[in-house]
Design a protein around this ligand. Structure first.
Ligand code: CTP
Ligand code: CA
Length: 225
């Protein structure tokens, strides 16, 4: 009972969270996607809502139920996600970019299903997608901006480079690969901010999300002070 009466630490704050993969269409029946399940981002949205935040969740294609009290906007491609996030960002206090945004999309979507011709292969031309996180961080009236970094090696160095290059307030780094990161219920995170770091040990994604949201609230407070 004591726990359920604890003050809701994020009351009055508006959180915007992106989650899941993006799908980039190749033709009417094929796409380029990735292995993100959306669970980390949905867990962040749920944790923030439970602490009293008003939460908007921009979700790529995932098979997950919307957490209680969360407003959800469904998108498919990186460009759709960008439009939704940029439209929402100015009226939010915090942006957590948990989505695994596809870095590349086909330079053109074929209007009809691509057909094989003989025994040859197929070369797809790809172009780079906009970096949604960097665009939010560059807004004149920006929210507190938290990125994720999915790395298979040199986790801390690569993540700190992303924190600096994209001018983020915080980054949550995790190792991804065959046996960790995507498509799993648990994860471990390394939090970095401009003048500090903290390791959040391997835990259930919902527990990690609660810890992450608590650190965001602290760091945001420290920045305002
Ligand atoms: N991100 C984004 N838009 C993109 C690519 C990434 O908003 N087009 C965000 C992700 O949501 C994540 C952060 O940027 O919060 C880092 O994503 P990651 O894929 O680790 O880094 P990239 O900057 O894309 O670099 P690379 O994949 O080459 O390591
Ligand atoms: Ca990427």
């Amino acid at each position: 009972l004591a726990a359920s009466r604890a003050p809701r630490t994020l009351a009055g704050l508006k959180f915007l969270v992106s989650a899941g993969p993006t799908f980039e269409d190749i033709d009417p029946v094929r796409f380029i996607g990735n292995r993100s399940s959306g669970r980390m981002g949905f867990a962040v949205a749920e944790a923030a809502a439970r602490e009293g935040a008003q939460v908007t969740l921009v979700a790529g294609p995932v098979a997950l139920a919307t957490p209680a009290g969360v407003e959800r906007i469904d998108v498919r491609s990186a460009r759709e996600m960008r439009d939704a996030v940029l439209a929402q960002a100015p009226r939010h206090d915090v942006f957590v970019s948990a989505a695994a945004v596809g870095d590349f999309r086909p330079s053109a979507v074929a209007p009809q299903k691509l057909k094989k011709s003989g025994d040859g292969g197929l070369e797809l031309a790809l172009v780079q997608n906009p970096d949604i996180l960097a665009e939010v961080a560059a807004l004149p009236q920006r929210p507190f901006v938290v990125g994720f970094a999915a790395e298979t090696e040199n986790v801390e160095a690569y993540a700190r480079a992303k924190l600096e290059r994209k001018r983020l307030d915080m980054i949550a780094a995790n190792r991804v690969g065959a046996d960790c990161g995507f498509e799993r219920d648990d994860n471990a995170l390394l939090l970095l901010w401009p003048d500090g770091r903290e390791e959040l040990a391997q835990a259930d994604k919902r527990e990690l999300a609660r810890a992450l949201v608590a650190r965001i609230a602290e760091r945001r407070g420290a920045k305002d002070a």
